[in-house]
Write a protein that binds this ligand. Structure first.
Ligand SMILES: Nc1ncnc2c1ncn2[C@@H]1O[C@H](COP(=O)(O)OP(=O)(O)OP(=O)(O)O)[C@@H](O)[C@H]1O
Ligand SMILES: [Mg+2]
Length: 388
């Protein structure tokens, strides 16, 4: 119903039939109900404010975002209901404003709101109020952060691998020259030779050490293509356990195996998977200090994935370390390289799988590997659900 029509109606109200008025009011109520339904159906939060900044209308989404109850919010000032937002001050310049806001109650969310004055066509001085549109940016923000993070890590890894590779060549040449020097030293008198030879040997040892660090690093970060063959995961696990058996037995640790007997063969690179299990089992027994230590190993197969879990009742991982477990050289051990888990994750990802770590300080750690039966092929994603 156009507003011009209503204005005309008001001007000749004394001449309108009561029946006609009833019809018009019914239509107005229907239109109001329709608009309210449209506002309620919006995924965005919508709040309408009067010129004093009091809430005249708010839809369900805005109540959800800000944890508001319509019954005690209507008629209240927005600034008292949502701290940090004062519509009047924000739109002092009579311009629309768009701002991001981080809220912590009822849920931690990152929101963007757009506040715009509702202009009165006749009175240019005073707006009729403000309309506020609120969008939830939480998940897209988290996604952007994740993408940035993984891009940063990729760039860093590539750069580091490049530098490490370039350092390898001069190191090699240094070692060759030191070998030549050592040969020439043999021609000196034994009294002069001894001291100098010791220096050269120390220098060569240090070069060896650097070379080992470089090789380990490159091994950890360089992508490889797994050479897959059909293998029994349980068998690869058992082989690795045999390798580590002396270490595990000497610490008096019990290993409980719960291996599925109906596991189909897995398409894996057996050497790489032996390395995965080796690194994880070593971490597990190294985390067990006292007696009654145990490591539980379980394998299962779902319709699509193999699930392998390795749990220990060791020291566990403090929450503050959980975020940096896969960072290179992050170790809490005096003789650790901090590359073990990075290598594990790289191999699992190259097989299309994922690794999950749960840990409770003083209780233990559980590592869960999801490995798809076959290399992933494109799949249609389910259509997004719309929550009310
Ligand atoms: N099962 C576990 N229990 C407790 N802490 C663990 C466990 N697995 C890993 N961690 C923690 O994660 C850190 C990183 O592990 P990662 O295997 O990458 O390196 P590392 O074990 O320290 O060195 P390396 O593997 O070269 O011996 C460890 O130093 C340890 O603090
Ligand atoms: Mg390790």
């Amino acid at each position: 119903m156009k507003s011009g029509f209503l204005e005309k109606l008001v001007s000749r109200l004394d001449r309108v039939e009561p029946g006609e008025i009833q019809q018009i009011v019914t239509r107005l109520i229907q239109e109001k109900g329709f608009l309210e339904n449209v506002f309620e159906a919006l995924q965005e939060g919508l709040i309408i404010l009067d010129p004093e900044g009091r809430i005249m209308f708010l839809n369900r989404a805005s109540c959800r975002f800000f944890g508001l109850d319509p019954s005690d919010s209507l008629g209240e000032k927005l600034s008292t209901k949502i701290r940090g937002i004062d519509a009047i001050t924000l739109t002092k310049s009579k311009q629309a404003v768009s701002r991001d806001i981080e809220i912590f109650y009822p849920e931690h969310r990152l929101l963007n709101f757009y506040l715009s004055p509702i202009d009165d066509a006749k009175n240019h001085e005073l707006p009729l109020g403000h309309v506020m549109l609120v969008r939830d940016l939480t998940s897209s923000h988290a996604e952007t952060q994740e993408n940035l993070e993984s891009e940063r890590l990729n760039a860093l890894t590539l750069l580091a691998a490049g530098v490490a590779h370039e350092i390898g060549n001069p190191l090699n040449s240094l070692d060759i020259h030191l070998q030549l020097l050592k040969r020439k030293l043999r021609k000196l008198a034994p009294s002069d030779r001894k001291n100098l030879t010791e220096h050269v040997d120390t220098a060569r040892q240090e070069i060896q050490r650097l070379d080992t660090i470089l090789k380990q690093f490159l091994h950890a970060v360089r992508p490889t293509t797994p050479s897959r063959e059909a293998r029994d995961l349980n068998a690869v696990l058992n082989q690795t356990l045999n390798l580590l058996e002396p270490e595990i037995a000497s610490r008096g640790i019990t290993v409980n195996l719960d291996l599925s007997e109906t596991l189909p063969p897995a398409q894996i690179d057996p050497d790489q998977f032996q390395q995965v299990f080796y690194n994880l089992l070593r971490n597990a027994y190294q985390a067990i200090a006292g007696k009654d230590g145990s490591i539980d190993i379980r394998t299962r197969s779902t319709d699509t994935d193999f699930l392998i879990s390795i749990s220990d009742n060791g020291t566990g991982i403090p929450p503050e370390n959980m975020g940096s477990l896969f960072e290179p050289y992050r170790t809490t051990k005096t003789s650790g390289t901090g590359l073990g888990l990075l290598i594990v994750r790289r191999i699992i990802r190259e097989h299309g799988g994922e690794i999950e770590i749960q840990s409770q300080p003083n209780e233990g750690t559980n590592i869960l590997i999801h490995l798809p039966h076959t290399a992933p092929s494109p799949r249609l994603l389910p259509s997004p659900t719309i929550d009310a």
